[in-house]
Design a protein around this ligand. Structure first.
Ligand SMILES: [Zn+2]
Length: 60
């Protein structure tokens, strides 16, 4: 079951909902913001307390 996570876009601040594939290892992937079309680096990690998601600019 995928858990939907919400994270603000690091460029425009729009709240984005992502549904990452569950994994034992931290995930990092790039996806364009659907609002401002700039590349966002998402980092997703899982723990027993729940998932954590981060978003940063690709050029940082
Ligand atoms: Zn954006």
């Amino acid at each position: 079951m995928n858990e939907a996570l919400s994270v603000p876009c690091p460029y425009c601040g729009e709240s984005l909902v992502i549904e990452p594939e569950p994994s034992d290892a931290p995930i990092e992937y790039v996806e364009d913001c659907h609002v401002c079309c700039r590349p966002i680096v998402f980092t997703v990690s899982y723990s027993e307390d729940g998932s954590e998601v981060g978003a940063r600019r690709e050029d940082e």
